[in-house]
Ligand binder design. Structure first.
Ligand SMILES: NC(=O)c1ccc[n+]([C@@H]2O[C@H](COP(=O)([O-])OP(=O)(O)OC[C@H]3O[C@@H](n4cnc5c(N)ncnc54)[C@H](O)[C@@H]3O)[C@@H](O)[C@H]2O)c1
Length: 310
């Protein structure tokens, strides 16, 4: 059984990853700075195999022993990065650099596998076809630029110091516990509270969606499959424009859409699309959930938590 350090485990994806690890009997140390997006009382806090350290990965001075470190910790909201990218650089680039430094300081036999959770946004956009893992990285906004920069440090620390890694590049995640600044929970919360839903531009921008559980299972399957020193795209191929997603949610809620089109996001990516042929061939992974089949569970989560007076 491995011992895991998970960073950013009080955020959306990291918290699901920890739930899966604990269900499978792994021991987990969660390191999280607890930014405004973090969740408290998730449900695993009292688990005997769980412990927690409130720390900033860019400032941490001691990295406890572990077999695998999975780095989810990051500033993750593109709009914020356009307003102020400094904090993105600190967490997403300096943070990764600091973690890698701590790993390299350890004796070779004591170094964990370093798993960097990256994003399909590092490729930039593509109007037709899909990106594969060997394609050129051309990020369009400060958030994705910090994620691409972090990847470069991981490659360099592998080549220079021999640190083993996995990099995963995942498409847009959906599921429970996503902070309501992101598209899907934002529509649900706007609809439940009778506020208009604001959409950038004309809403035609296409995103590829993957269920958060599928994403977490793919990362764990790579680790358990003893894969190392490689990069993998992860997505379900479930493409939809932002406007289609918004309309789907209003339809499921049985509410007439109340949409307000606002100024487009600077540097807006037109379409994200990645190929998952490599991960399918390597470990036989395929996503299990479809957006239109599981969106009702996500809606229920926010309804139960926030009711209709959000
Ligand atoms: N959400 C998506 O659709 C998506 C898609 C692809 C990749 N990713 C990547 O997955 C990871 C997790 O995304 P998410 O949606 O769960 O993000 P999130 O914003 O919901 O959670 C991030 C967590 O990291 C913590 N954190 C931030 N900066 C930190 C720091 N300096 N030190 C310690 N903890 C810090 C926050 O407190 C929070 O709990 C990110 O690295 C993101 O780039 C996300």
């Amino acid at each position: 059984m491995y011992d895991f350090i998970v960073t950013g485990g009080c955020g959306f994806i990291g918290s699901h990853f920890i739930e899966i690890l604990l269900q499978k009997g792994y021991r987990v140390l969660n390191i999280d700075k607890m930014t405004y997006v973090s969740w408290e009382n998730i449900g695993f806090e009292k688990h005997p195999h769980y412990s927690f350290l409130k720390e900033d990965i860019s400032e941490i001075t001691n990295l406890p022993k572990c077999d695998v470190l999975v780095n989810f910790a990051a500033e993750s909201f593109v709009d914020n990065s356009i307003e102020n990218s400094g904090v993105f650089f600190k967490s997403n680039v300096n943070g990764v650099h600091n973690l890698l430094e701590h790993v390299r300081m350890k004796a070779k036999f004591d170094r964990p596998l370093f798993v960097q959770v990256s994003t399909d946004e590092v490729y930039g956009d593509i109007t037709e076809g899909t990106f594969t893992e060997t394609d050129y990285l051309k990020p369009s906004n400060p958030y994705s630029a910090t994620k691409a920069a972090a990847e470069q440090f991981v490659y360099a620390y592998n080549r220079t110091y021999g640190i083993d890694y996995i990099i995963t590049r995942c498409s847009n995640n959906f599921g429970k516990r996503q902070y309501p600044e992101k598209l899907i929970p934002k529509v649900i919360m706007s609809a439940l509270s009778n506020r208009p839903m604001t959409i950038h531009g004309d809403g035609s921008y296409v995103r590829s969606w993957v269920h958060v559980i599928d994403h977490c299972e793919a990362i764990l399957a790579l680790i358990e499959g003893k894969i190392k020193n490689d990069v993998f795209n992860i997505c379900s191929g479930d493409e939809a424009s932002n406007l289609q997603v918004v309309k789907l949610i209003y339809e499921r809620l049985g509410i007439e859409p109340n949409i307000q089109f606002v100024e487009n996001r600077w540097g807006q990516d037109l379409r994200y699309a990645i190929s998952t042929e490599k991960i399918q061939k390597a470990i036989g992974w395929k996503s299990r959930h479809k957006l239109n089949e599981t969106i009702d569970d996500v809606i229920k989560f926010y309804k139960d938590r926030y009711g209709t007076n959000t």
